[in-house]
Structure formats: C-alpha cells, structure tokens
Design a protein around this ligand. Structure first.
Ligand SMILES: C[S@@+](CC[C@H](N)C(=O)[O-])C[C@H]1O[C@@H](n2cnc3c(N)ncnc32)[C@H](O)[C@@H]1O
Length: 257
C-alpha cells in the first residue's frame, strides 16, 4: 500500500522552487503547484504504480539531496576541458538531469534512459524544453537480458552511471543482471552511483509500500564486488519499520578500475 498525494506541497521546498525558477522561469508557488499537477495527470496514464509519481517526487531534484551530487558536479566543473558523460538509468522525467544542467553540467554530456517514453515526454512538458533540451533521452529496458546490448546505449561508456530508486523495483536475479550490464557502461576510472530502499535483511518479492524487493546493504555490496566493481561504499540510513520490515535508504558508490 502506498500513499497517493493530491497536492505537491510536500516536495515544494527551496530546492524544487529553485530548479523551476531557473529552468522553467516559474517563480510563483501557486503556478508551480498547478504546473506539477498538470504533468502528474499525464504521468498517471503509466501502467505502473510508482511511488515517485504518486508522491510527486518525479518533480523534485532528488539526486541533489545526496552527498554524491556535489562530488559529481565539482569533478566536472573543476576540469572544463574534460568531458565526463553521465547516464541516469530510470531517469523518469529527467528532473535530476535538468538540475545538473542548471548547475552547469554540459547538457551534451548527459543521457537519460527510461523504459517509458511517456515519462520522458512528460519531462519535456514539465521543463518546457521539448525544442531546446540538450540532454539525450533513450527509451529502453535496462532489464533485458544482455543490457545494454540491443539498446541505443550499446558500445557507449560513461564516467558516471546513476540509478536512483531503481534497484528496489527489481528482484534478486534482475539486480545481478542489471549490475552486470551497468558494469559494461562505466568506463575505466568511472563510477556507478545511486540509492534505493533496502532492508536489514533481504526481502524478496515483498510489497512494502509499493516496493518490490528490499536488498540488504551488505548483500548489495557483495553483488557489486562480485561483478567487478572496486572501492565499493554502501551506506544505509534507517527509514523505520514498515509492515514489520526494518527499511533503510541505501546509498552506494562503486568504481571501475
Ligand atoms: C521509482 S522511479 C525513480 C525515478 C528517479 N530516478 C528518481 O530517483 O526519482 C523508477 C524509474 O525507473 C524506470 N524503470 C523501471 N524499470 C526500468 C527498466 N527496466 N528499464 C528502464 N527504466 C526502468 C521507471 O520507468 C521509472 O521512471
């Protein structure tokens, strides 16, 4: 069971306001609320029951809140002549990618992939940049056997691959295949980073507040290491007991040598 909000108020903090002021030139809170509600109505046509849609989080720059954000950004900005292509897997409306653009990351180095064209399309409505957006979006399934083979990302290498709130949508076997596929997309010296919900003990096929699978942080770390990532750091933050399960937010950073 998950909450379905009817008002975007909980996500309308200073960070969200700042993104829409700078990128979309919406400065009025009432107008912003109406704008986000309009886009959520488009997104409601999706076949999945994602919390990020129901709770308006698609409209919020979520990566910005994580410690890794400033590291990714400062690495790119400190050396303007070195391109650092970044891929956001499960990018949804591309909100984190637009935040990076606002903060100075070259849009031409940013790529988002999502399984639903509807989400990417709604992103153009949300950011009113269908004709001007410099970020590249790819529609593809990151869970296909052999990913990224068969997608338009095949053969590409990225300095940073990000997956926000994706791993908890997968089951154990899918996580393994997904990590394997991501490993192919990260160039030597680059990073796989992200965050998702987990639990103190792995719970497979749970339906806790709309989440499908909660991987224990230590087990996720082991999968990353077994699939060839090094310098793996996995941090967990307690998120309380939900339906009897000790949930946590799991942040991770893993390098390719
Ligand atoms: C819970 S939302 C998270 C969105 C955003 N990354 C965030 O942090 O808020 C998960 C996103 O992953 C996408 N997704 C789920 N499974 C996918 C798959 N197999 N291939 C590509 N995208 C997928 C969904 O369509 C959705 O946009």
């Amino acid at each position: 069971m998950s909450l379905s909000f009817t008002d975007p108020q909980p996500i309308l903090g200073p960070a969200t306001a700042n993104l829409y002021t700078k990128y979309v030139r919406i400065t009025d809170e009432t107008e912003l609320r109406a704008h986000i509600l309009r886009v959520r109505a488009i997104l409601d046509n999706n076949p999945c029951d994602y919390r990020c849609i129901k709770e308006f989080r698609f409209a919020q720059p979520r990566l910005l809140e994580r410690p890794i954000y400033s590291i990714i950004l400062s690495q790119r900005l400190s050396d303007p002549s070195t391109p650092r292509p970044l891929l956001d897997i499960g990018c949804c409306t591309g909100t984190d990618l637009r935040q990076l653009v606002v903060d100075g990351y070259p849009a031409s180095e940013l790529v988002g992939i999502d399984q639903y064209a509807l989400f990417v399309d709604a992103g153009y409505e949300l950011f009113r940049d269908r004709k001007t957006c410099g970020v590249r979006f790819v529609i593809g399934n990151a869970l296909e056997e052999g990913f990224p083979r068969g997608t338009r990302l095949e053969g590409e290498r990225f300095e940073v691959v990000h997956a926000g709130s994706v791993v908890h949508l997968l089951d154990r076997k899918q996580i393994r295949n997904f990590v394997k596929g991501v490993r192919e997309l990260v160039r030597p010296g680059g990073w796989f980073v992200g965050g998702h919900m987990g639990a103190s003990e792995t719970k497979d096929f749970v339906e806790v507040s709309g989440l499908r699978h909660l991987e224990a942080p230590a087990e996720f770390k082991r999968i990353l290491e077994e699939e060839g990532f090094v310098e793996v750091v996995v941090n967990a933050e307690n998120r309380g007991v939900r339906e009897g399960v000790h949930t946590m937010w799991v942040d991770f950073v893993a390098k390719v040598q």
